[in-house]
Design a protein around this ligand. Sequence first.
Ligand code: GDP
Length: 297
Amino acid sequence: MIVLSGGTGTPKLLMGLKDLADFSVVVNTAEDVWISGNKICPDIDSVVYALAEIIDDEKWWGIKGDSFRTHEKLKELGYDEMMAVGDLDRATHILRSELLRKGKNLVEATKFVAEVYGVKHGIYPMCNEEVATTIVTPEGEMHFQEFWVKRKGVPDVVDLYFKGIEKARIPQEVLEVLKRDDEVLIGPSNPITSITPILSVEGFRKRLSGKKVIAISPIVGNNPVSGPAGKFMKAKGFEVSPRGVFEVYRDFLSALVVDEADSKLASGNTFATKTIMKSKEDAVRLSEFVLKLFDKL
Ligand code: GDP
C-alpha cells in the first residue's frame, strides 16, 4: 500500500497502521524551508517521528520532551528564528542538511534519517526538487511557513500556488513503488497544501487512475479537525465539507471515509466511521476499517 501524507492527520493514522500493514509513505515537501542554515522538512519529520513513536503527540510536530535552549539562546543573542526548533529536532535537520550539502538528494537523505530512527517503512519525499507553497494574501505573497507559523494563519487567503512544481519530477524510487502497489491511501491530510502538491508533481495524478484509492476526510461537518484547510479549500473554490474533499480527488477516488458525525453522507462510495484520533487505539481502529474497505473494493 502507498500512503500519501502531510504532517499531522496522516502521521496520527500511521501510528495505528504501522503494526497492521506493509506500506510506503510518499510525503509532501512543499512546506519545507531552510531555517538557520538547515533544511526543515516538517511533514517528513512528523512521519519519521510518528513511526519511531517519539513524536510530540500534543503539538503533532517535533520530538516528545524536547527542549528549546538553542532557539532561546539565539533569541537572547538577537537572532529571532522564525520557527521554534527543538534541540533534538534540530539534530535531525543538521543531519539531513549535511547529507544534502555532501551531494545526497532528498530521497537518499530521507532514507538515511528514517533508518537511523529505526523506521522500517519506506518514506519518500514527493520529489527531490525544491517546491514552496506560496500563499497569496491581500498583503502580498508569503511562504506557507511565514503564513502559518509567523502570522498564525491570520491573513486572508486570496489564492495559493506551488512555486517550482513545474520542475519537480517523481523520483525513481517512488515510480517503482507506484508501479508495484495498487492500493493508495490518502490519510486525513490537508487536501490543498499537503496532498495537492504530491498530486501536482508531473505525471503523479495520472498514475493513480486504475488503482484503488481511499481518502479519509480531514473535514468533519464544515470544519477541519485542525489547521488552515478550510481557508485554503475556500480560496481554491471548494466547499469546506467532506463533499469538497471528494471534489479535490474526484478524478481518481474509489472511496471516501467520512466521520460518523457526517454519517448522513454515507452511500455509494462514501463510508462513515469514527475518524477523530485521540489515541493510538483510535488510529488502530480507523486503520482496520480502511484495510477492510480495501478488501471490499
Ligand atoms: P499538516 O502538514 O500539518 O497540515 O498536516 P496534514 O495535512 O497531514 O494534516 C492536517 C489535516 O489533518 C487537517 O486538515 C486536519 O483537519 C486533519 N486532522 C488532524 N487530526 C485529525 C483526526 O484525528 N481525524 C481527522 N479525520 N482529521 C484530522
